[in-house]
Design a protein around this ligand. Structure first.
Ligand SMILES: [Zn+2]
Ligand SMILES: [Zn+2]
Length: 90
């Protein structure tokens, strides 16, 4: 799938510049997510934007805003690897 040269709000027919982004599960490959963009008028809530949305998520959708229309799942928690110790004072 070609990458669009300019990002646009995901709401059908909206050409406003996106200001928020969230992730939608790829329909075919479970380990992929697609980025979904929305302008200020079509953004879902911050709580929803922090979730991974279903491949069939219709958002942003004027009929469901500020909800997205699906039941998103929290992203998998990946523990951060322990890094080297920082010097005192950092
Ligand atoms: Zn929009
Ligand atoms: Zn959704």
């Amino acid at each position: 799938m070609p990458v669009p040269s300019t990002l646009a709000c995901g709401h059908t027919g909206c050409v406003a510049a996106p200001v928020v982004q969230w992730q939608r599960q790829h329909a075919v490959e479970e380990t992929w997510t697609d980025a979904v963009y929305a302008c200020a008028a079509h953004a879902v809530t911050l709580d929803l934007a922090a979730m991974i949305h279903q491949p069939t998520c219709p958002g942003p959708n004027a009929l469901t805003l500020p909800q997205c229309g699906c039941a998103p799942a929290p992203p998998p928690t990946v523990p951060l690897p322990a890094g080297p110790a920082l010097p005192t004072g950092w």
